[in-house]
Design a protein around this ligand. Structure first.
Ligand code: EPU
Length: 329
């Protein structure tokens, strides 16, 4: 167990915001986690993984907890299925590397997404036609208030697009300590996304996904960012039809509750792609991503840039786009 007071969170968030936390603590077991929760009961608690999907808007007047539990184990098999339980603190991409190496499929499309196993369940991360919810069987979590363990089935997690119960009703109430996935020894691959067609193995899909991501998205080790900053909005069919008359080239995907329009395209139309505001910028290869361009951007630079983009999209298209990144006040 490691506890530090009044330290900079710069190494613990991929946006590289230099804000301060009252307490920062790491735990190596569920027992240590319970001890920390008991010690700091009543304080504001924030659990972070790699800090790759959050924006600290200022100093954090509470306790930041980070897991050092990073193992994975096979729980059993059922025909072609293999059940793997991974600790919440394990980096998701390290898990994917291990399981694809062993020939298992199911997670390979999520390769190279920053973040931990625990965060991937909170956020229901997704890419190239697969979402975490497609392979998650259950989530093991510890209550912040009582220290008790609870298992959430996939259904109980109420997964949605970059969404789960842990971001809504139960926000700030549980720490995810492990996630169980259902993977396959010879499972079908999901190759519907452009660039993946014809791949024969999970390892090959992983290689291609990594290559695609490297061309479109910044390496967080080189340029601070939090991946996609905005969610892709879903608009009513009637609104889409009106817009399509004005913008015949507007990319779109039909979904259950309307039409999904790529936020990247909307932002590019507004002229914000590649633009800067203070130390923050809109990434020039993928405008859905905001970056800490100078390395010294302040939270306010990112907040103002995000707001200016939302306002511009609203003014031009009457579409409200919202952040995927979690703002931590
Ligand atoms: N586009 C533009 N201009 C650009 C870039 C893209 O107009 O400069 C348009 C294109 O029409 C393109 C469309 O945007 O077809 C969609 O782009 P892309 O397929 O690259 O993906 P995305 O919708 O921008 C989503 C996820 C990503 C995920 C990719 C791949 C969200 C918010 N983002 O991005 O997830 O990797 O699909 O599946 O859903 C993340 O969540 O952090 C993330 C990176």
């Amino acid at each position: 167990m490691k506890i530090k007071e009044n330290i900079s969170l710069l190494p613990y968030n991929t946006f590289r915001m230099d804000v301060c936390a009252k307490v920062y603590a790491e735990y190596e077991s569920v027992d240590e986690l319970r001890r920390l929760l008991a010690q700091y009961r009543g304080e504001r608690i924030l659990c972070i993984g790699q800090g790759s999907n959050l924006l600290f808007t200022g100093d954090f007047d509470g306790v930041v907890l980070r897991s050092q539990m990073v193992r994975a184990r096979a729980l059993g098999e059922n025909g072609d299925e293999v059940y793997i339980e991974a600790d919440g603190g394990l980096v998701l991409d390290e898990l994917i590397d291990q399981v694809t190496d062993m020939g298992m499929s199911g997670l390979e499309n999520l390769s190279y997404i920053p973040g931990t196993v625990g965060a991937s369940a909170v956020q229901n991360v997704g890419a190239y036609g697969v979402e975490a919810k497609d392979v998650i069987v259950s989530v093991k979590a510890v209550s912040i208030a009582t220290g008790e363990e609870r298992i959430f089935t996939n259904e109980e997690c109420r997964f949605g697009y970059r969404d789960s119960i842990f971001k809504n009703e139960l926000q700030g109430q549980y720490v995810i300590v492990a996630v169980t996935y259902r993977l396959y020894k010879h499972g079908a691959l999901c190759l519907e996304y452009k660039g993946l067609e014809g791949a024969r193995t999970a390892a090959e899909v992983r290689e291609r996904v990594i290559a695609i991501r490297r061309t479109k998205l910044p390496e967080v080790s080189e340029l601070g960012s939090a991946g996609s900053f905005f969610k892709n909005p879903v608009i009513p069919v009637e609104q889409y039809q009106c817009l399509a008359a004005r913008y015949p080239d507007m990319p779109h995907y039909e979904v259950a509750n309307g039409v999904k329009v790529p936020a990247a395209w909307l932002i590019e139309q507004t002229g914000w792609k590649g633009k800067t505001l203070g130390g923050a910028a809109v990434y020039d290869k993928q405008p859905l991503v905001l970056v800490n361009a100078t390395g010294h951007a302040q939270p306010d630079d990112i907040i103002r840039l995000a707001q200016a983009i939302c306002d511009a999209v609203q003014a031009q298209f009457a579409i409200s786009i919202s952040p995927e990144v979690n703002y931590i006040a």
